[in-house]
Design a protein around this ligand. Structure first.
Ligand code: IPE
Ligand code: IPE
Ligand code: MG
Length: 239
């Protein structure tokens, strides 16, 4: 359940954009920006309990990001493995439960094993729920969900007449998550790039100019304050 509009968001989702431009501005390769970005993830996750943010979902790699150079893609995959390796113990100690969404089929086995292990390691944690979207695309997710749903119909487990807007989300990768209350995109681009299409139907959006490696907890706090000032109506009229 979403909290009322004067409360902070329970679930914040972030499109972490601008790493490449941040590096380019410094005359460095794009991967330098991705490394700086990974450090920010750590700070932001740590800041969540203080801001009363229970669920944090971050967009790390989209189904479209395979279109980048082989060097950048390989560098990112290596960075994801390193992030898991380096952060696992700390995430566990801080009470963070980590889960991944996205299609794992295209990811290499070593990375997938590490993702599985981190999910298992942190599964009893409940302080912050961190969801990492890796090889994630909203359309791909809906397509995969529909495939599973159709299979259940074929198997006689689900009748077409029983399918409604509460049925489909049970098949999405995010079935364990509440809908996001706030979606933030850094770097000044005002688009959602295939992120949480179904889930964000009533999310508040904030597109900010800050590049992801400059997104400090202080910037996060300002965005959260902005959210509190908004009036969420969900289609209703206030009386
Ligand atoms: C976001 O930063 C991180 C990923 C997509 C992996 P970008 O790499 O998109 O940075 P810009 O948008 O080119 O600056
Ligand atoms: C969205 O950023 C994906 C992630 C942040 C992982 P992109 O940089 O890939 O999005 P576009 O290409 O600008 O739409
Ligand atoms: Mg980008």
């Amino acid at each position: 359940m979403a909290k009322d509009s004067k409360a902070g968001p329970n679930h914040v989702a972030i499109i972490m954009d601008g790493n490449g431009r941040w590096a380019q501005m410094r005359g460095r390769p794009r991967l330098f920006g991705h490394h700086a970005g990974a450090k920010r993830v750590r700070d932001i996750v740590e800041s969540c309990p203080g801001f009363d943010v229970k669920y944090l979902t971050i967009f790390a790699f989209s189904t479209e990001n395979w279109k980048r150079t082989q060097t950048e893609v390989a560098g990112l995959m290596k960075l994801f493995r390193r992030y898991i390796q380096r952060e696992a113990r700390d995430l566990l100690a801080r009470g963070v439960r980590v889960r991944f969404i996205g299609d794992r089929v295209r990811l290499d086995d070593k990375l997938v094993n590490m993702m599985d292990e981190l999910e298992l390691l942190t599964r009893d944690n409940d302080k912050v729920h961190l969801t990492i979207a890796l090889n994630y695309g909203g359309r791909d997710e809906v397509a995969r969900a529909t495939k599973r749903l159709a299979y259940d119909v074929e198997q006689g487990r689900l009748a077409p007449k029983d399918i409604d807007d509460e049925t489909l989300p049970k098949y999405l990768d995010t079935c364990f998550l509440p809908d996001p209350d706030l979606v933030i995109r850094t770097s000044g681009e005002a688009r959602i790039s295939n992120f949480l299409l179904w889930q964000s139907a009533y999310a508040e959006y904030d597109f900010i100019d800050t590049l992801w490696p400059d997104f400090t907890p202080a910037v996060f706090e300002k965005v959260l304050d902005g959210f509190k000032a908004r009036d969420r109506r969900f289609g209703a009229v206030k009386v």
